[in-house]
Ligand binder design. Structure first.
Ligand SMILES: [Zn+2]
Length: 278
């Protein structure tokens, strides 16, 4: 398999879910070996960083951040999942603010944009990371781990104290194609009982009932689910995006239980330490 970039530039504009600001990002083609490079172009001195070279990112409980200091960029996980699904290795991502657009809360808008940009093979063999032993983080109650496998599979268990989500496991052998159909449409969510507290804490200023499922006991408030287990599928979407922050695709069998961005980031750090020492 060869590395891939995009054929032409494409711009994506939308409201950032956390800050509520309107933000634009531009994806640009990049030569083989470039990697995924983010650049904050709204700063008077633009700051660039390449995934895999900078710290994966301090990850908050509700989103994943990459970069350091004032060059940091929030909420990149849904975009990263789209890059993974379309197998893009080399791209420059210019961002006009500290957070990516939220679009509809899923990965669909990012997938559409990257497709429009025309993913194309390059003349360099793709780097793929294969774990040779199990890497695990977390405790007995909540954890995420990856074990050797020729495929990339995810088995995820969630357990929420809300009847409309509850306890459930979903497993899938992921390919770019089935990701697009089974996982990419799943939107971000929060619990109805925590929605007001999150808003008060300054989260979700760009969130509305269209781009965030507000889950009550009977289901989402003012919305309809795209899958009966849409929140669980969204957790898998987040995990796929969080893992691609490694900067290269990984093969392995991932098992997660009540994980989140923070634990996912810990796993990425541990994989870096073991397989990609900086
Ligand atoms: Zn998410």
């Amino acid at each position: 398999m060869d590395e891939r970039t995009i054929s032409r530039s494409v711009e994506i504009t939308g409201v950032a879910l956390q800050t509520g600001a309107l933000v634009s990002m531009t994806l640009k083609p990049a030569p083989p070996g470039t990697g995924i490079v983010f650049r904050r172009v709204d700063l008077s001195q633009p700051i660039s960083f390449k995934l895999g070279e900078v710290l994966a990112g301090s990850s908050g409980a509700r989103r994943t951040t990459v970069g350091i200091g004032e060059g940091a960029i929030d909420t990149i996980e849904h975009f990263m999942a789209a890059l993974w699904a379309l197998s893009v290795d080399n791209v420059i991502v210019e961002v006009g603010g500290p957070e990516l657009p939220g679009l509809d809360g899923s990965a669909l808008g990012f997938l559409k944009a990257v497709k429009e940009a025309g993913p194309v093979d390059q003349e360099k063999t793709k780097n793929i990371l294969r774990v040779t032993g199990t890497v695990r983080v977390g405790n007995d109650d909540s954890y995420v781990m990856i074990s050797p496998s020729d495929r990339f599979s995810v088995s995820y268990t969630i357990d929420y104290p809300v009847a409309s989500i509850g306890k459930e496991t979903f497993g899938i052998d992921l390919t770019g194609d089935n990701f697009e159909k089974e996982i990419a449409p799943a939107r971000t969510f929060c619990l109805k009982r925590e929605a007001e507290a999150l808003l008060a804490a300054g989260y979700g200023k760009g969130a509305d009932l269209g781009n965030t499922l507000v889950m009550g006991d009977d289901g989402p408030v003012g919305n309809t689910l795209r899958f009966p287990n849409e929140p669980l599928r969204h957790k898998i979407l987040d995990l796929v995006g969080d893992l691609y922050i490694l900067g290269i695709p990984i093969k392995g069998a991932v098992t997660a239980c009540k994980s989140g961005h923070r634990l996912n980031a810990e796993l990425v750090e541990k994989i870096y330490d073991k397989y990609l020492p900086r």
